[in-house]
Write a protein that binds this ligand. Structure first.
Ligand code: NAD
Length: 510
């Protein structure tokens, strides 16, 4: 396939890079990657050994000693060039993301566009690493705070965003003066290798040292654990399930490391009697079935006022009836495959559990077979009538299941249902009632990191800080002030006088 060639992906690939060089270990097992779109074999990756990990980390630590002293705007210049290079490779890399992960070509290209956008954002940020100037209570004293680079930043990423989430972390870390270690999901390692090849070109063209951007592909239980426990890594950004993130948080906190935890969501849309249904329906359907329900921000619960419930249900059934399911590289299709057969198993098990708890599947739920569905990863998205209290509704099933929930009375009741889960990532309300909007966005409103009005739960822009509360982990990455997490804050007090007055007026004469 031409796009694989363009990206330097071979039949057999190494999984461990110090930046310019691939370490050639072949003893740690070979990941064989098949496309969920058609079940065809794409290529393999040799996993990295613990000794390789040590070599890579040493290189990243050495590179940090150099990189932290490069002026931030010059670091930004390198990131600007990475953005240009990504523009050149947008089509092949977007195609690989789509082919390896199974998301639509539009979304694969969109993911690369997010990488480009965060590069542009980071370039601007590289000239704005501002601290504060504080007024000292002591005469002839000056106080200010400044941000210093942290060290090696590790990004552990999830399968559903094979490349974009890494770039949200790595591009900011790079302008902040940190070096990067990336452990991608072993389900989508080829997209990471392709990205590594692209970045390596820029590093080489600028004669920069190895170790600025490094990659280790290996098992969570071995390489992942080494990263979590490694005191030489001050910050670890983990995107993944709440189960993995909870463990990572505990391990890293024990050694007083820092984490950014971007974990599972259980996102809801509220539809009040004053919702504009023409706008709301496409937002709900895209949110629930886009990326086959495998976005952390996918719409999983629809909370509808009882006065419009029947109408909403009817138009949902109609919209789902028109969905085209098939190869995500064909732009006519709306829904692609799940990542693998295990995910298909989770989907069907969730629907069985729902029925046991008293829920009703009113649409879809089948596993598709036959022509075009040979990979065994395609399902018909499901709609189910349910209760927020069901255990299965309280969980995140990473698949296209939309739970229909009913509320009555005022919007406070809908907000209580929305907030009545352990996760707190994304949320939205559809209404044209200003009072409902303001209540929803107020301190008594949505408890999520993302709260939208008259748009759906998925599809964030890089300019905003991205992340969620409660069991979503509390992390923030990408835009707004997230850059501060990649630096250490230092407060400086300078006495330019000839006396030594103490703070709080304390006297100490000797
Ligand atoms: P996962 O938790 O199975 O894996 C995530 C990453 O953690 C992978 O790279 C995996 O190899 C690694 N890992 C596993 N065990 C580890 C260990 N012991 N030590 C270190 N690393 C380890 O998640 P997934 O199935 O790849 O992704 C889906 C999940 O990610 C969903 O829950 C989704 O909501 C979440 N997600 C969250 C966000 C967000 O920003 N909040 C974004 C994307 C995905």
């Amino acid at each position: 396939m031409e796009f694989l060639k363009q990206l330097g992906i071979k039949e057999k690939n190494f999984g461990c890079s110090t930046g310019q060089n691939w370490l050639e270990t072949t003893t740690e097992g070979e990941l064989k990657i098949y496309s969920p779109t058609n079940g065809k074999y794409i290529g393999s990756v040799y996993q990295c050994s613990e000794a390789d990990y040590e070599k890579v980390l040493d290189t990243a630590i050495e590179a940090f000693k150099y990189w932290r002293m490069v002026p931030a705007p010059n670091r930004g210049e390198v990131v600007r060039q990475i953005g240009l290079k990504l523009r050149e490779y947008k089509r092949p890399l977007g195609t690989l993301v789509s082919y390896e992960m199974g998301k639509s070509l539009q979304e694969g290209m969109g993911e690369v566009q997010e990488m480009i956008d965060i590069c542009d954002f980071a370039v601007g940020q590289s000239r704005q690493l501002y601290g504060h100037m504080m007024v000292s209570e002591r005469p002839m004293h000056r106080m200010y705070d400044q941000y210093h680079p942290l060290g090696v930043v590790a990004t552990i990423s999830a399968f559903n965003f094979p490349v974009a989430v890494w770039s949200w972390n790595a591009m900011l870390a790079a302008i902040c003066g940190d070096t990067n270690l990336w452990k991608p999901s072993s389900k989508v390692p080829l997209s990471a290798i392709a990205t590594q090849n692209i970045i390596a070109e820029v590093v080489k063209e600028n004669n920069l040292p190895e170790g600025l951007f490094t990659l280790v592909i290996g098992r969570g239980a071995t390489i992942g654990e080494k990263i979590l426990n490694d005191k030489r890594i001050p910050l670890i950004s983990v995107t993944g399930s709440t189960r993995v993130g909870r463990h990572a948080g505990e391990v890293v906190q024990r050694r007083f490391g820092r984490t950014i935890l971007e974990l599972g969501g259980n996102n809801a849309i509220i539809m009040t009697p004053e919702a504009d249904l023409k706008m709301a329906m496409p937002a709900v359907v895209f949110g629930a079935v886009g990326t086959a329900g495998q976005r952390c921000t996918s719409t999983r619960r629809l909370i509808v006022h009882d006065s419009i419930y029947a109408k909403v249900k009817e138009s949902l059934l109609k919209a789902y009836g028109g969905l085209k399911i098939g190869d995500p590289l064909d732009e006519n299709n709306h829904v692609g495959p799940l990542i693998d057969k295990n995910a298909v198993g989770d989907f069907t098990k969730a629907l069985e559990r729902l029925k046991v708890e008293g829920g009703t599947v009113i649409y879809g739920g089948e596993v598709l077979s036959g022509e075009g569905y040979e990979s065994g990863c395609y399902v018909r998205p499901a709609i189910a009538e349910a209760d927020n209290k069901y255990e299965i509704v309280q969980e995140e099933t990473f698949a296209p299941i939309l739970y229909l929930l009913k509320y009555s009375g005022n919007v406070s009741n809908a907000i209580a249902i929305q907030n009545g889960v352990e996760q707190g990532l994304s949320s939205s309300i559809f209404t044209n009632n200003m009072r409902e909007v303001e209540e929803y966005l107020s301190a008594v409103g949505s408890d999520c990191g993302i709260a939208n009005v008259n748009i759906g739960t998925s599809g964030a822009e890089i300019g905003g800080a991205f992340g969620g509360e409660k069991e979503t982990g509390g992390g923030r990455e990408s835009g707004s002030e997230s850059w501060k997490l990649y630096m250490r804050l230092q407060t400086n007090t300078i006495n330019w006088g000839t006396q030594l007055p103490l703070a709080q007026g304390i006297k100490f004469d000797i």
